[in-house]
Design a protein around this ligand. Structure first.
Ligand SMILES: *[C@@H]1O[C@H](CO)[C@@H](O)[C@H](O)[C@H]1NC(C)=O
Ligand SMILES: *[C@@H]1O[C@H](CO)[C@@H](O)[C@H](O)[C@H]1NC(C)=O
Length: 343
């Protein structure tokens, strides 16, 4: 064999070793797949190692064309700009209909991943929605409003891995007759585990793969629709009552021009998805649950999109100034047929 061929062979060998090594490093630096749904992992595969708080500034955004899915995974939306970017990424996902679809489509998936439902243990606080429901011609009676709390209360072993119950819970009320979800409380398994870590508490078990509010609530909604013979795609409003999350509140106040006390009672102020403020609100921690649901259950929800978000505060009174900490806004997310021309 000629010397040049030998050199070429050796070089090729070294190159493939380097490639292998590179691939290994790349693989092992991925976030632990167990803590996320498989579809989320698929979305994240092209992301750099530390994806918990992705560098949103680095996320490229091509409105209506590019799909900066990494922006969707920003759990901590810290700036106005990053919220707009996240909201825009959701709009891209709905419009293109190409977001990876959720693998959780069966009601039995809830039990499989340790979730159990309790219809009674929910606070359907009519107060925050009374004026809105009356104006929109919606019922405040039960039925058609059906409370349902879903908690991650059961230990499950799947494929040899123990998924320990986290005590996470989602509390809401469904009205499948009129197409409404009223959210009272969101506390996800991933958030619970993060809180344990922040407190230096040992929690060696992974979060269940079925963990998102969007997936859990979709399955509950789908089941109630099927029980009542109503269309799953009949969803029209998602209300978030008494929001206390600081990030969402900051985004709402910024949308209102920076003055928290300019919030009014219903009809509040409406922000369309085509505006920066509308996008920032879609990207807020509270609205992003609905945004995920529309992106990842695109087929069942017939390609619906968020076209506007109303922010209001039932406790607001003209001329009454309160410290921001005392203001607990409500959000009414309106869902309609897409594609939307939201740009
Ligand atoms: C608001 O929600 C985000 C997303 O869940 C979370 O990262 C943040 O810690 C929350 N803020 C507060 C004050 O709870
Ligand atoms: C708003 O979102 C935060 C963070 O996910 C959650 O803790 C809170 O329960 C949510 N509140 C409502 C009313 O949706």
């Amino acid at each position: 064999m000629a010397r040049s061929s030998i050199i070429r062979l050796v070089l090729a060998g070294v190159t493939s070793l380097l490639l292998l090594f590179h691939a290994r490093v790349h693989l092992t630096s991925q976030p632990a797949p167990s803590a996320r749904s498989t579809s989320a992992v698929a979305v994240q595969q092209s992301l750099p190692a530390n994806t918990h708080v992705p560098d949103l500034a680095a996320a490229t955004l091509e409105p209506a064309h590019g799909l900066p899915f990494d922006a969707l995974h920003a759990r901590a939306v810290t700036t106005w700009e990053s919220a707009i970017q996240k909201g825009s990424a959701f709009i891209c996902a709905w419009e293109s209909g190409t977001a990876p679809q959720s693998e959780f489509l069966q009601y039995s998936d809830l039990d499989k991943w340790g979730w159990s439902s309790d219809p009674e243990n929910v606070d359907f606080n009519v107060g925050p929605v009374r004026a809105a429901f009356s104006d929109l011609g919606l019922s405040i009676n039960s039925p058609p409003n059906q409370k349902e709390s879903c908690g991650h209360f059961d230990d499950k072993t799947t494929d040899g891995t123990l998924y320990k119950a986290t005590g996470a819970e989602y509390q809401q009320t469904f009205n499948v007759e009129q197409g409404i979800i009223i959210v009272a409380w969101i506390h996800s398994p991933v958030a619970v585990i993060q809180e344990y870590k922040d407190d230096n508490y040992q929690w060696p078990w992974p979060a269940p793969q079925l963990w998102r509010w969007s997936d859990v609530s979709f399955l509950l909604w789908q089941q109630q629709c099927s029980d009542s013979g109503k269309p799953v795609a009949g969803l029209e409003w998602v209300f978030h009552e008494t929001i206390m999350n600081d990030s969402t509140k900051a985004l709402i106040f910024q949308a209102l021009g920076g003055n928290a006390n300019s919030i009014t009672s219903w009809p509040g102020k409406t922000f369309h998805a085509c505006t920066d403020a509308g996008k920032a609100l879609i990207g807020s921690p509270n609205a992003s649950g609905t945004a995920w649901m529309l992106a990842q259950h695109n087929t069942a929800l017939a390609g619906k999109v968020i076209d506007r978000i109303v922010v209001y505060d039932p406790a607001a009174q003209p001329g009454r100034n309160r410290p921001e900490a005392q203001i607990k806004p409500c959000m009414a997310i309106h869902v309609t047929d897409g594609p939307s021309g939201l740009w």
